[in-house]
Design a protein. Structure first.
Ligand code: SAM
Length: 292
């Protein structure tokens, strides 16, 4: 087997050889611990027939492990300077496609359809750039890609918000948006010492398993998300006050919200963080006719 990229010695040698300097603005914190990398890949449950999508391959630390344990890897890298480095570090592995694009601007759905034709099981596995964690996860989910799930490293604090359940201080519109599409769990807490350079925040790995159908069925998805965001606009306010201040103005607005809350069997004095996703679904369907 080829020597691992993700050791402190080899990573340093690669970076020095290419005169590479980290760009903090691109969230460049590279992994230098093969044990952690292997555990991340374990959580993706790949087989030799699987496809893997990676966001931000860096110098190829995770890419290499994915290439060894799947059929094909497609990786999106925004930083042009990393392309010749990846060409060299991943030279031993033919089953890869590195795409020089900002993943947020890429037509990921078409690329997945083209690159993974004939591959049934596709997972996203990534050590995400922390400055854009949430937009990347939401884009991958909203694009409704034909993937089994996402296993990714991110800030521990964001992982906690994503996986939080009602009643928890971290529960909010991000928890609901992600759990609407997936089953979310935190599978690892990762120390800062396995990165170079070390990030300022603690890290975690989450696994998001895409649901066959969304967790709840609603009249209008966009409106459901508007209602959930509105309900958490000010965490200390009641659901009635948040909805009244956030939903578009109308003469009977407060009465309409009160009627809808009563229809959904939700006390107006409750706070958004106590409502289950199912309750938000019933509430947004009750509000829908008044605000659409
Ligand atoms: N996968 C490597 C590892 O684990 O060592 C590097 C991970 S590093 C946290 C994040 C990577 O994402 C960097 O290589 C960075 O250049 C890249 N990146 C940042 N923003 C991106 C974007 N919008 N689209 C694609 N790649 C991006």
């Amino acid at each position: 087997m080829n020597k691992d990229i993700a050791t402190p010695v080899r990573t340093k040698a690669i970076l020095e050889k290419h005169g590479f300097s980290f760009k903090k603005s691109l969230g460049q914190n590279f992994l230098i611990d093969t044990n952690i990398l292997n555990r991340i890949v374990d959580h993706a449950n790949l087989t030799e027939e699987s496809g893997a999508i990676e966001i931000g391959p860096g110098i190829g630390a995770l890419t290499e492990q994915l290439l060894r344990r799947s059929k094909k890897v497609v990786a999106f890298e925004i930083d042009q300077r990393l392309l010749p480095i990846l060409e060299e570090t991943l030279a031993p592995y033919p089953n890869k496609k590195i795409i020089h694009q900002d993943v947020l601007k890429a037509d990921v759905a078409s690329i997945v359809a083209e690159e993974f034709a004939g591959i049934e099981d596709v997972m996203v596995v990534a050590n995400l750039p922390y400055y854009v964690t949430t937009p990347i996860i939401m884009k991958l989910l909203e694009d409704k890609l034909p993937i089994r799930g996402i296993v990714c490293m991110l800030q521990k604090e964001v992982a906690e918000r994503i996986a939080a359940k009602p009643g928890n201080k971290d529960y909010g519109s991000l928890s609901i948006a992600v759990q609407y599409y997936t089953e979310a769990e935190t599978v690892m807490i990762v120390p800062k010492t396995v990165f170079v350079p070390q990030p300022n925040v603690d890290s975690a790995v989450i696994r998001l398993t895409v649901r066959e159908t969304p967790r709840v069925s609603v009249k209008d998805e966009a409106f459901f998300f508007t209602v959930t965001r509105a309900s958490f606009a000010q965490r200390r306010k009641t659901i009635l006050n948040n909805l009244t201040s956030q939903l578009p103005s109308g003469k009977e607005k407060k009465e309409q919200i009160l009627t809808s809350l009563s229809e959904a069997n939700i006390e107006p004095t409750r706070r958004g963080e106590t409502l289950s996703i199912e309750e938000f679904a019933v509430l947004s369907d009750a509000l829908y006719p008044y605000f659409n």
